[in-house]
Design a protein around this ligand. Structure first.
Ligand code: AMP
Ligand code: ZN
Length: 456
């Protein structure tokens, strides 16, 4: 049995899959106008741990993660400029170039943090027609109205609007600054925005209502219905998405298709820096690239995130990261001397999966890993169990179990990194890494079985 905290019911619920043995999972993905920061990566690590836990329990998971490349405005309550247009002015590039550049940077970060790629990464700009069709359905069902700048969703028409955040349509965000324009209610939101009259917008499409571009929320309703069917099992995102983005997704899917979009809504807490959330607007962000530049292993960040429950705030400091990196090193060093995987430590495995199945209690799961290290079982059995645990932990322990220290850890890491670069056909990086290995006094020979490392 798996229990997950559902924001919709505000309690832990037993997971009851819609189709036996299968889970449909939709995760709100990145807005590709800048590098994803570590706060964003915490959100994607959370969904990765969720997915891996479901898979460890034998479920076949279909995960869809959108790539937002139009429509996400700079303001947090749906006002301001399109983030992609701001990036175009900043970088002097086309929207397509920006989206491609930051999407591939994002994919590289996923790989570095050993986050499994979603089965599908649909882009908003590649699904404009699907979004238009959904707005047409909303219009037909009487949920829309027109203003001088766009087509809006009338939230007063939906009896249970506000269900997710627990705030009613009119008083929601009371006190917060909301650009009303010609909106009828504070919570109403744009489904389609018109291009400004007389000027050609860089990203605009024809629609039944004239040239323009979709609002941010409609992409997730349209693409989740297209690729997962609705309702599907689980929808994830950061807690900042509860009040606006996810509330509005639910409203659109309900209004257009008459059903609840997803049964379980899960949200990760923030990665903070001091008192504030890590965010681009606060200017307090770090990226995976920054960690590497400072000599950290990106998986130390993964370890750090595992050490906090996803519904607790996690304050990012370099001291904490240092601690995580040391713990990871200790773990890797310990498993090096173990025999080849054989047998298993059943009781520990049972407790490990029970911790994860209790709303992804990763701090407890990590504590059980350390119990395994200290227990008296045969090392082969421990090796087998830790590799099984690593299917969720994702710390790439297979690169360390049973590998003796003839080759120093730092050299082995460079060799592993080079193998990944070669798999990605990144020959420049591969050459740079070979040189660094040679500077440390080791040579690499490429064989059919992978790289062989020798003392020079
Ligand atoms: P965005 O690229 O802004 O659409 O955000 C991608 C994901 O990161 C969303 O699920 C956000 O809720 C989440 N997110 C943004 N900032 C943080 C943070 N500081 N800590 C954790 N998650 C965050
Ligand atoms: Zn979304």
């Amino acid at each position: 049995m798996i229990f997950l905290y559902n924001t919709l019911s505000r309690k832990k619920e037993e997971l009851k899959p819609i189709h036996e043995g299968k889970i449909g999972l939709y995760s709100c993905g990145p807005t590709v106008y800048w590098f994803a920061h570590l706060g964003n990566m915490r959100s994607f690590l959370f969904t990765d741990i969720l997915r891996r836990t479901l898979e460890l329990n034998g479920y076949e998971v279909k995960q869809v993660m959108n790539i937002t490349d139009v429509g996400h405005l700079t303001g947090d309550t749906d006002e301001g400029e399109d983030k992609m247009l701001v990036a175009m002015q900043r970088d002097g590039k086309t929207a397509l170039e920006i989206a491609e550049f930051y999407t591939s940077a994002f994919m590289r970060d996923l790989e570095r943090l050993n986050i499994k790629p979603a089965n599908l990464f649909p882009k908003a700009t590649a699904h404009i027609q699907d979004q238009i069709e959904m707005i047409v359905a909303l219009e037909k069902n009487g949920f829309t109205y027109r203003t001088s700048d766009g087509i809006y969703f009338d939230t007063s028409k939906l009896a249970d609007y506000g269900r997710l955040s627990g705030q009613k349509s009119q008083d929601k965000l009371a006190g917060a600054r909301v650009e009303m324009g010609e909106k009828r209610h504070t919570t109403d939101f744009a489904l389609w925005k018109f291009s400004p009259v007389g000027s050609k917008r860089e990203m605009e499409w024809d629609s039944p209502w004239g040239k323009g571009f979709p609002g941010w929320h409609i992409e997730c309703s349209a693409m989740s219905a297209k690729y997962l069917d609705v309702p599907f099992d689980i929808h994830t995102g950061g807690i900042d998405h509860i009040a606006v983005h996810h509330e509005n997704e639910i409203a659109q899917t309900r209004g257009a298709l008459g059903v609840l979009e997803a049964n379980v809504w899960m949200h990760n807490e923030f990665l903070t820096v001091g008192d504030g959330k890590m965010s681009k607007s606060l200017g307090n962000l770090y990226t995976v690239e920054d960690l590497i530049a400072k000599g950290y292993d990106p998986l130390a960040f993964r370890y750090l995130v595992l050490g906090a429950h996803y519904r607790s705030k996690l304050n990012f400091t370099f001291e904490a990261l240092e601690g995580a990196q040391n713990a990871l090193k200790k773990l890797r060093d310990a498993v090096r001397s173990w025999d080849s995987p054989q047998g298993s430590c059943k009781e520990i495995e049972e407790r490990f999966v029970a911790a994860l199945n209790d709303d992804l209690n990763t701090p407890q799961a990590l504590a059980i890993v350390w119990e395994l290290l200290d227990c008296d079982e045969a090392s082969g059995a421990k090796a087998k169990t830790i590799l099984w645990m690593d299917r969720v932990l994702g710390l790439r322990l297979d690169e360390y179990v049973g590998r003796s220290l003839d080759v120093p850890v730092e050299v082995q890491k460079l060799v592993d990194e080079r193998e990944r670069a070669r798999a990605d056909k990144d020959w420049t990086l591969s050459d740079t890494l070979r040189k660094r290995v040679e500077e440390l006094g080791f040579s690499i020979e490429d064989t059919d079985m992978g790289s062989k490392v020798k003392k020079m």
